[in-house]
Design a binder for this molecule. Structure first.
Ligand SMILES: Cc1cc2nc3c(=O)[nH]c(=O)nc-3n(C[C@H](O)[C@H](O)[C@H](O)COP(=O)(O)OP(=O)(O)OC[C@H]3O[C@@H](n4cnc5c(N)ncnc54)[C@H](O)[C@@H]3O)c2cc1C
Length: 443
């Protein structure tokens, strides 16, 4: 099989079973999904039907109305597509452990998507340990499997880039599709996917108003086509301008695994155009994104800054911890855009309204929270809280690493200044000189 290096046998336990179970947990799509293909392959080999299971746990940490709406919209595409391929799909509401137990009892083998965040990795390991079944994890959400790219936490983009580029061609073409020959197990769908808002109201979730993006593969593909047709040609020169929407807006779709980065790359390559734009995008989609996954995958936890930041950054922040802060805001003031800085307030409004902040403004948003917080721990907690609550692409390896970058992760030391020490600072003055932000503020 072309992608066997993506497949990892986590535990082996020979037992009888009625089907091959694919617990779809991180790759909510049917296209370019190596886990699904591997499950099909096993089911053909074992002469057993395939059953795909999605567990919808409405008590999932940091989940809310906004994020669940996007997630469920994506499930509609999955359910329609699998049903048309005559593959059984169950969508069941409940806690992961509780829902999985009876399914695992009846399965011969379980296949699932590999995770990259410590809380998910630990949760899955607990579930595997409690159940006697052979488990395969498949690395399908990265262009290069995380442990093949590197066996350790990388220092910065320049250390991981050559490792990724060396094997990129090989892995972006390792996808292989299998024709499913097994029986169709009749689907059991416990969610009303035709009335998602009503379904969510019944669940009493924390209310965050829906963002203007619809989840699922079809919408992801529309965004991709729009990007290729209208934006790619400007990407290198204008991706940083907050007034121009020269970004793919694919991050929410990548977060929920609605689209594969391999498909994105392959579609882009067909049109390539000016190679500078293509390689500039590849740098973000592959090098930066996979550096984030490398970091969270090799981190035991994501809460304590002293375990997450390079020692030079911790040292320099320590040396400046008593520096006077000109402004200090509470979490509520940040959340309600009540700072003295209209530009910052606009970026927070963008987060609340759009479910993401323009890439360049995201850096400003983060740097200023550090500058206006009483200490770096409060700043980190506020950023994680706000990003994970409002951003559709939140709770992702990119969320943690994007935020930690503001504190010096994967960056170098700069000229020393107050509060930040040697960590890179961002000035409002230079932002205003670069872009006409009156337009951004009015949006
Ligand atoms: C404080 C802060 C918080 C962030 N939080 C998130 C987050 O919650 N989720 C998230 O996906 N990204 C986050 N980022 C990284 C980056 O801002 C977003 O990935 C990007 O804005 C997503 O928009 P897009 O898909 O239109 O980007 P595009 O420019 O179209 O890029 C395409 C893809 O490349 C990847 N990418 C782009 N920029 C980066 C980057 N700097 N680091 C890693 N991957 C990148 C993303 O997967 C993105 O979808 C954060 C950055 C900062 C500074």
């Amino acid at each position: 099989m072309k992608f066997d290096r993506r497949v990892e046998e986590v535990q082996a336990f020979d037992k009888a079973g009625k089907y091959i179970l694919y617990w779809m947990q991180g790759a909510f799509r049917t296209r370019y999904n190596h886990s699904l293909e591997y499950a099909k392959y096993l089911s053909n080999k074992q002469f057993l039907p395939l059953l795909v299971l999605v567990v919808v746990d409405f008590s999932y940490p940091e989940g809310n109305f906004r994020s669940f709406k996007f997630f469920l919209e994506g499930l509609k595409d999955v359910s329609d597509e699998l049903t048309s391929q005559k593959i059984g799909i169950d969508m069941v509401v409940g806690r992961f452990q509780d829902v999985l137990r009876p399914y695992i009892e009846n399965a011969k083998i379980m296949v699932t998507d590999k995770s990259y965040l410590p809380n998910l990795i630990n949760m899955k390991n607990t579930i595997y340990g409690e159940n006697k079944i052979t488990v395969y994890q498949v690395d399908t959400n990265l262009v290069l499997p995380v442990n093949l790219a590197s066996p350790k936490r990388e220092y910065a983009a320049y250390t991981i880039r050559p490792k990724i580029l060396k094997h990129l061609e090989e892995h972006r073409h390792d996808f292989e599709e299998f024709k499913y020959n097994g029986a169709f197990l009749h689907p059991k769908i416990e969610i009303d996917l035709d009335n998602i808002e009503n379904e969510l109201i019944r669940q009493n979730l924390i209310f965050v108003s829906p963002a203007p993006y619809v989840g699922g593969y079809k919408e992801a593909k529309k965004n991709l086509d729009d990007f290729i047709g209208n934006k790619l040609k400007y990407y290198k020169d204008f991706r940083s301008d907050p007034n121009k929407d020269i970004e793919s807006n694919l991050s929410p779709y990548l977060h929920f695994g609605n689209i594969s980065p391999i498909e994105i790359l392959n579609e882009l390559e067909k049109v390539k155009g000016n190679p500078e734009n293509y390689y500039s995008f590849q740098e973000e989609l592959v090098v930066r994104r996979e550096l984030s996954h490398n970091f969270t995958y090799y981190s035991n936890e994501l809460k304590n800054l002293e375990n997450l930041l390079p020692s030079w950054a911790i040292k320099t922040f320590d040396e400046h911890e008593d520096d006077k802060r000109e402004y200090v805001y509470s979490l509520e003031e940040f959340e309600d855009s009540k700072t003295h800085d209209e530009i910052w307030n606009a970026s927070q409004r963008e987060l609340k309204k759009r479910g993401k902040i323009h890439n360049y403004m995201r850096m400003y948003w983060g740097k200023k929270i550090i500058e206006w917080s009483i200490n770096i721990e409060d700043a980190y907690d506020a950023m994680i809280y706000l990003n994970n609550k409002y951003a559709l692409d939140g709770r992702d390896p990119n969320s943690y690493v994007g935020i930690l970058w503001c504190f010096g992760l994967h960056d170098r030391a700069f000229k020393e200044r107050k509060i930040f020490g040697k960590v890179r600072w961002m000035s409002k003055g230079s932002l205003i000189r670069k872009f006409d932000l009156n337009k951004y503020i009015k949006n």
